[in-house]
Design a binder for this molecule. Structure first.
Ligand code: CO
Ligand code: CO
Length: 349
């Protein structure tokens, strides 16, 4: 490839940290007419991960599109992360991916080799999910963007939504938190590629094991943790389910270095708008902590994730079965970070 290109130097904000803020999105969509088609089982008026459209009594299409700006330098890794992240929304709804289309915006000056590497990464992620990429669309654009439009299938009676969580359900998270912090640290070379690699590997891991395990365990509700952070996506589940949540902060799995970067105030810009968004519903009960510590905890739970894990509401009697089933597929345990409770707040303890 001659001079090795560094993709993160071509983007202002990386990955899902480049999303519009959650509040803004609601305002934008408020003016758009909702569909009255009875076969549309989930549209954009709920905050579900994908649209669900009934095809027949036992089959519904799961439709989603997601694309990212680069948060890694290597074009192949970028392709893999973006595609894995896009397919995740199908898994989060309890669906099985079927096929996908590429969406690519890339500066033609970067050359065909870079484009080919990005698409090869995407194709490898799709291959790991057992699906083909069957077409796509590309444009010449100064800032790179890549992702997939994914079609999946689901039984209309077995759709997993972000509503349906019940008081007492265990809250499981299947990947560590901190991709926003680590990629922000990597972008300004506060950390090197060796320290960033654990997050890259995680972002390349499909949420397939988590999805299969949660379905087997009779999950009540789920979503994947992406650009709105753990707090934001958990809030969507709480709000849709009409309940609150208690989270044991120390139980939240973090990538090594995430806390240190939060302490060093090396955060994605997006974190601050998520903190503002979360302020009305997020409380920290650990009042004996210093102001800095409380702020760092916020930086972790409000860290925008790219290709994060699934957040699952598992009935307590199925918790052990879920853990065993996930471990058998993924080779590690999922983490129980708290439980759903009465109320409307997310309380950190
Ligand atoms: Co999602
Ligand atoms: Co998405």
């Amino acid at each position: 490839m001659g001079e090795r290109i560094k993709l993160t130097e071509h983007s202002k904000k990386g990955g899902c940290a480049a999303k519009w803020a959650p509040g803004d999105l609601e305002t934008i969509l408020a003016g758009i007419m909702e569909s009255t088609d009875p076969d549309l089982l989930a549209g954009f008026e709920t905050s579900d991960d994908a649209a669900i459209y009934r095809l027949s009594e036992h089959q519904a299409a799961v439709l989603t599109v997601d694309f990212l700006t680069p948060l890694v330098d290597d074009p192949y890794d970028y392709g893999r992360v973006a595609a894995t992240n896009a397919i995740s929304d199908v898994y989060a709804m309890g669906g099985k991916p079927l096929c996908a289309l590429n969406t690519l915006a890339l500066d033609c000056k970067l050359g065909t080799e870079v484009a080919a590497e990005i698409l090869r990464g995407g194709a490898d992620a799709a291959h790991a999910a057992g699906i083909p990429i069957v077409g796509g669309h590309s444009i010449d654009d100064a800032e790179p963007k890549y992702g997939l439009c994914v079609l999946g299938l689901v039984d209309p009676d077995k759709v997993v939504r972000n509503k349906g969580a019940q008081v007492g359900d265990k809250i499981y998270l299947t990947k560590p938190i901190g991709t926003g912090l680590l990629s922000a640290g990597f972008k300004i070379r506060e950390i090197g590629i060796e320290e960033f690699q654990c997050a890259i590997d995680s972002m390349c891991e499909l949420n397939r094991a988590a999805s299969e395990a949660m379905l087997e365990a009779g999950v009540h509700a789920a979503t994947d943790v992406t650009g709105f952070s753990l707090a934001g996506h958990l809030h969507e589940m709480c709000e849709a389910s009409g309940i609150g949540a208690r989270i044991d902060f120390d139980a939240i799995p973090q990538f090594p270095g995430a806390w240190e970067l939060a302490e060093a105030y090396c955060r994605p810009n997006r974190t601050f708008s998520i903190m503002d968004f979360a302020a009305p519903f997020l409380r920290d009960e650990c009042v004996d902590l210093s102001e800095d510590e409380l702020d760092n905890r916020l930086a972790i739970v409000c860290d925008p994730q790219t290709s994060g894990g699934l957040l699952c509401a598992i009935p307590p009697e199925s918790a052990k079965a879920f853990e065993a089933s996930f471990e058998a597929r993924a080779g590690r345990k999922p983490t129980c970070i708290g439980e759903f409770c009465e109320g409307e707040f997310i309380t950190l303890v």
